[in-house]
Design a protein around this ligand. Structure first.
Ligand code: PSV
Ligand code: MN
Length: 427
């Protein structure tokens, strides 16, 4: 953890300028009929889970360039996440990956996290890699495999993940399957989907009543011809066939170029099956870049759909927010601080949309003014609102500046010099 005095002294450096910026923006917003305090309250309530796999430097299949002072195990990862939570007030939960971050003693991890004010969000299973001691290989798939014994092994792994999640206090499991084929004819397209659904039904049946299961679609990689859960349509078919505890997870990086992701989100909301998000950004494919770094307007438009659904009070609408990024170049903690900031800004901007004006312009087919209504919100500099929300949560006005000033990374680099971080097998 970072000592509170570090945050307080970092805030003092920005306090006076922040106060003036906030008051100025609040006055501007008042002229637009927006109560700044109300928006700050919304931002303060925004929470997003940090994935356990994002705290160590990531890599590609070409290599990895580790940073200094990285967490060496899942316990140290909790500490890193608690720093992000301290500075932002927005990341009270962890999305744990099994087996990459599987604890020997889940109860001990739960208690360790609780002592750091952290809880657990969705647990993630992994049948896309073979693990030591595993009997059957997933080379040709897991849930879709032609061999029932392989499918059974994959189901048992997911049931195990649910058991670990129960101890941790999780309420959901995310299933991302790499299953698919690389060549036409390799796999029966319909039967492989049926087998996958059958396995998911077994996992679904084992879920506690208050749990949800999320299926995550991805168009390609590592399967390059036909993935089983290729798109949101396939994911929706699975969720609908499974039942009310099943919903679709939208990973922002898992779309073909130019896909209208906000439209996908809108359709899933209509179907009552938007389970949640894996936030990241992409230029070309599943790039796992910082959320909002490449297509910030798209991120805003996604949040616009979310705020709109919440505003309308759509029944059963409670998406789960998680980050899914790989930090190959940036300091992972700094990248996550930047991510949370970008998410809060996109959310804040979506809160500024004048929804009754937008509805009127839509009724009148006033295309230009409807678009302008969104643009006006998007182009507002909401930094003072986000900073204010963080300050009210005892966080930092400028989290990255406070983190750098704290000397946390240098201190960990010294303390952890002896034992280097061992990454999970890279994807
Ligand atoms: C692989 O694409 C992936 O990023 C999936 O999105 C999963 O959510 C994540 O890895 C961890 O299992
Ligand atoms: Mn994902």
């Amino acid at each position: 953890m970072i000592h509170k005095s570090h945050i307080a002294s970092a805030n003092r450096n920005h306090d006076e300028a922040h106060r003036r910026d906030f008051e100025h923006l609040a006055e501007q917003l008042q002229r637009r009929g927006v109560d700044a305090d109300e928006v700050v309250a919304h931002i303060s309530a925004f929470e997003v889970a940090v994935p356990s796999w994002a705290l160590g430097t990531g890599g590609t299949r070409f290599g990895r360039f580790p940073g200094l002072g990285e967490p060496r195990d899942v316990f140290e990862k909790m500490e890193a996440i608690s720093v992000i939570h301290q500075l932002t007030g927005a990341t009270p939960t962890v999305s744990l990956h099994i087996p990459w971050d599987e604890p020997d003693d889940p109860a001990a991890l739960r208690d360790h996290a609780a002592a750091l004010n952290l809880g657990f969000d969705a647990v993630n299973s992994n049948t896309f890699q073979d693990q030591h001691g595993q009997h059957y290989s997933y080379k040709f798939g897991s849930f879709c495999h032609v061999d029932a014994a392989v499918r059974e092994q994959a189901v048992q792994h997911n049931l195990h993940v649910v058991e670990v999640g129960k101890t941790l206090g999780s309420k959901s499991i995310t299933v991302w399957l790499a299953d698919g084929s690389n060549y036409p004819g390799q796999m029966h397209l319909r039967h492989s989907f049926d087998r996958t659904l059958d396995c998911l039904k077994r996992v679904y049946k084992a879920l506690p009543d208050d749990w949800r299961i999320f299926t995550e679609h991805k168009p390609y990689e590592p399967a390059f011809y036909a993935t089983i859960v290729q798109d949101w349509g396939s994911s929706l078919m699975l969720a609908q066939a499974l039942g009310p505890k099943a919903a679709c997870l939208v990973d922002l990086g898992h779309h073909l170029p130019n896909t209208n992701i906000e439209l996908v989100v809108a359709r899933l909301i209509t179907a009552g099956k938007l389970g949640g998000f894996h936030f990241n950004d992409a230029k070309y494919g599943d790039d796992d870049l910082t959320t909002g770094s490449i297509k910030p307007y798209q991120l805003f438009l996604v949040f616009n759909e979310l705020v709109d659904a919440a505003h309308e009070g759509v029944e059963g609408f409670h998406p789960d927010y998680m980050i899914d990024q790989s930090h190959n170049l940036k300091d992972p903690i700094e990248a996550l601080l930047q991510t949370v900031d970008n998410l809060q800004k996109a959310y804040a901007k979506a809160c500024l949309v004048d929804r009754s004006a937008l509805a009127e312009y839509q009724e009148e087919n006033d295309v230009l003014m409807a678009e302008q209504t969104l643009k006006e919100a998007y182009e507002t500099d909401v930094s003072p609102l986000v900073a204010e929300a963080r300050q009210r949560l005892s966080g930092a006005l400028d989290p990255i500046a406070a983190f750098r000033a704290s000397g946390y990374r240098a201190e960990k680099a010294d303390a952890r010099a002896a034992g280097a971080y061992v990454p999970p097998q890279s994807l």
